[in-house]
Write a protein that binds this ligand. Structure first.
Ligand code: 5AD
Ligand code: SF4
Length: 438
């Protein structure tokens, strides 16, 4: 039996929503009187896991092993496995790793303090419920904050792409109520946030009655002190006219759109159950660019989906050429237990996937570098987010989400004007422009 913890450490893997959940778990534990500590010293370690690709579950077990080893003879911490692996594996986790005291799914983590008390009594503490009433109402108000904050507005997915585990780990699509979101946004701005990124697995499917995400964005735009609004991740089918218009009309809405297409082959898109095709995706991009010509477009790609031929893969290269991405994320297909695609015939051999991924990433890398290089010489605003490695150096983001390194006395959290001086594939160097007296 382990004593009731007085310190904790939360380690989040995977997507931005997991980062958000990790912050909220930390706030919850702080509200219980616990203090944050390093993983090596904390009484309670929460591993907030991801299940989207590869051997995520295996990684959890090896992480636990490494943690125990690093701590050597020190008292073993209480270990909680949270997130999507917890949801998918449930009671299997403590069976395989008896050191694990708590298993808690992404829709149940508001119960974490109760689970900790249960574990401290030596009881098995497992909660992978997906309650009808969402967890959000049971969480304490937002407190922890930097200049750029995440805010989950929509969760879960009803689209059932055949490769994807999200509908099973995060559950059905829900939109948080408008009033609760605005209240949380206000609390974040009061705590110093200048930028808010609205999160959802299908964030542009957010709706309340007749109102869509554009309505929410316009309401947040009215909050004094909130200078930048972003949203991610969007599905092509929920890219409404109203949302596209917001890109033309709402100044605080940043010119960046993450719109995954996954493949450029209509045959593969059909097998993925994406319910859009290459042409309809390209039409959306065209409309978005007509509304906001300088918008940076990013995407996600999967290579080696079951049955993908050389010809299908060439179609993916063609759509990448047609769109010209500012940034992109590309992955080898990974069979997820329980998803329809995992049982499909014609799984693509690993060396073929490797070769396709390399070719795709080379093309996307060239596009990303060209996009950054085309920004050199421009003046733009950046939001300073964190110190850089060198003394005096700080790192900020442009409206189009490029990282900029520069030397400046301005404080983290300030929005400053810079000139972009040089570009690499992943970041740019800039110089602060002298601030004019107002
Ligand atoms: N295999 C590989 N990549 C996947 N993604 C989602 N599921 C899988 C899978 N089974 C990718 C998609 C998605 C991103 C978050 O992860 O590209 O948009
Ligand atoms: Fe990973 Fe998806 Fe869960 Fe995010 S929602 S942690 S990407 S499995």
């Amino acid at each position: 039996m382990k004593a009731a913890p007085s310190t904790f450490h939360v380690k989040s893997f995977g997507c931005q929503m997991n980062a958000y959940d990790g912050d909220r778990m930390a706030e919850l534990l702080e509200a219980e009187g616990m203090a944050q500590a390093d993983a090596d010293a904390a009484d309670l370690v929460v591993l907030n896991t991801c299940h989207i690709r590869e051997k995520a579950a295996e990684k959890v077990y090896s992480d636990i092993g490494r943690l125990m080893k690093r701590r050597g003879g020190a008292a073993a911490p209480m270990i909680a496995v949270a997130g999507c692996v917890a949801q998918a594996e449930g009671a299997e986790i403590p069976r395989r790793a008896p050191q694990v005291d708590i298993v808690v799914g992404p829709q149940a983590y508001h119960n974490l303090p109760a689970l900790v008390r249960q574990a401290a009594r030596g009881e098995r503490a497992l909660d992978t419920d997906m309650p009808l009433l969402s967890k959000f109402g049971a969480l304490p108000a937002r407190r922890r904050q930097g200049p750029s904050a995440f805010l989950t507005v929509q969760e879960g997915c009803d689209k059932f792409c055949t490769y994807c585990v999200v509908p099973y780990t995060r559950g059905a699509e829900i939109s948080r109520p408008f009033a609760a979101i605005v209240e949380e946004a206000k609390a974040l701005v009061d705590a110093g946030a200048k930028e808010i990124t609205l999160l959802g697995q299908n964030v542009n499917a957010w709706a309340e009655e007749e109102k869509g995400l554009d309505h929410l964005i316009r309401a947040l735009d009215a909050l004094p002190g909130l200078r930048r609004i972003r949203y991610t991740t969007s599905h092509p089918n929920d890219m409404t006219e109203g949302l596209i218009r917001a890109h033309a009309e709402v100044e605080a809405l940043m010119p960046y759109l993450h719109l995954p297409v996954q493949s450029g082959s209509d045959r593969v898109l059909k097998a993925m159950n994406r319910s859009h095709d290459a042409a309809s995706y390209l039409r959306i991009i065209e409309q978005v660019r007509a509304a906001r010509p300088d918008i940076a477009v990013s995407g996600d790609f999967i290579v080696g989906f079951p049955g993908e031929t050389d010809e299908d893969f060439e179609a993916t290269l063609r759509i990448v050429e047609a769109v010209n991405y500012a940034q992109a994320f590309s992955f080898k297909y990974s069979a997820r237990p329980g998803t329809p695609a995992a049982g499909m015939e014609d799984q693509v051999p690993a060396p073929v996937m490797d070769e396709r991924l390399q070719r795709l990433q080379a093309l996307l890398g060239r596009q990303q570098l060209a996009f950054n290089q085309a920004s050199v010489g421009r003046r733009t605003s950046i939001l300073l987010e964190r110190p850089g490695r060198k003394p005096g150096q700080k790192i900020g983001k442009t409206p189009r989400l490029q990282s900029v390194h520069l030397e400046t006395d301005a404080a983290i959290g300030e929005l400053i004007e810079v000139e972009l001086l040089s570009a690499g594939p992943n970041s740019l160097a800039g110089a602060a422009l002298v601030r004019q007296a107002a």
